[in-house]
Design a protein around this ligand. Sequence first.
Ligand code: IPM
Ligand code: MN
Length: 366
Amino acid sequence: MKTYSIVLLPGDGIGPEVTQEAVATLDAVAAAHDFQFKYTEEPVGGAALDAHNDPLPDAVLEQCLQANAVLLGAVGGAKWDHLTGALRPESGLLKLRKALGAFANLRPVMVPDALAEASPLRAEAVRGTDLLVVRELTGGIYFGEPRARETLPDGRESAYNTMIYQTDEIERVARVAFDWAGKRHRRVTSVDKANVLVVSQLWRDTVQKVHDQAFADIDLEHMYVDNAAMQLVLNPRQFDVIVTGNLFGDILSDAAATLGGSLGLLPSASVGGPVGLFEPVHGSAPDIAGQGKANPVAAILSAAMLLDFLDEPQAAQAIRHGVDAALDAGARTADLCRSGHRRVSTQEMGEEIRRHLKFAGAADRP
Ligand code: IPM
Ligand code: MN
């Protein structure tokens, strides 16, 4: 039987509980298809700091590089907030993304009918939202050098980072965005701050050049990031594919997550290298960790993206159907629960989704 090797990195906070539901869901679809998973579970972030004083031990990275895919929960928490630099839990995640060559972070945002009412925005403004944020993930200000925090000769403290891109880094993520647009609604919005930042001027010129040379049949518009943040809440349906740099993508994807009423819904796939990395967009949410309150949907949909990456689209589709059907049936974790809903725990939400898995293989969704 076809066997895929997956490294599980549950991480911190709610990471372990949502990852557990994602794994149970992967096993449920594997059982109904012709493949199985071999899992290796390893610590990352704070969990790895506690065990090995390193947020991404070499041995863990080595396992990841040899796997077909990596499924990650979340990293970080107050316990490790006093740490700096390479010892922060987040550095483990950044190092992993870089080492896997996962330069394109795909963050789809959809607002199914069942969730439009839960949105903090008017239901009619968000209903039908279906956009994809393509965030550059291994460059920009997250990795740019020089960076430092230092005391100046006059005693003042100073700190800086560098937002830097080379053309090839921009070109490759632009190609990913145009490719996806070609499979979707053929529109790309490139987001930058070219009215102020020279790095954004290079970004804009380069995206335009990739478009003109190879993707002239896709509609391309450029938008400043401040306007994009506003447009996302005013009229999210105008977007198809948004391509942007690392920091802007981080911020805009959280903003977009609120459209469906909860950050607990958003999955992501980080691709570009031979091994894909799949993780919910939400963080470790230490305030609700271990209480069965976390929404496992983002982790479970990340598992669906993992299946797409492994070229198992029918299994991926079965999961997406299960999520839609569970939401349609009124099951809600605390983050989304309104009157008229059935409030369920993390594990119950996972079970509800697994009960609704549909193995017809028919594409319910474009
Ligand atoms: C995300 C997170 C991470 C990021 C953190 C945890 C390093 O916010 O995946 O969006 O900033 O990329
Ligand atoms: Mn983020």
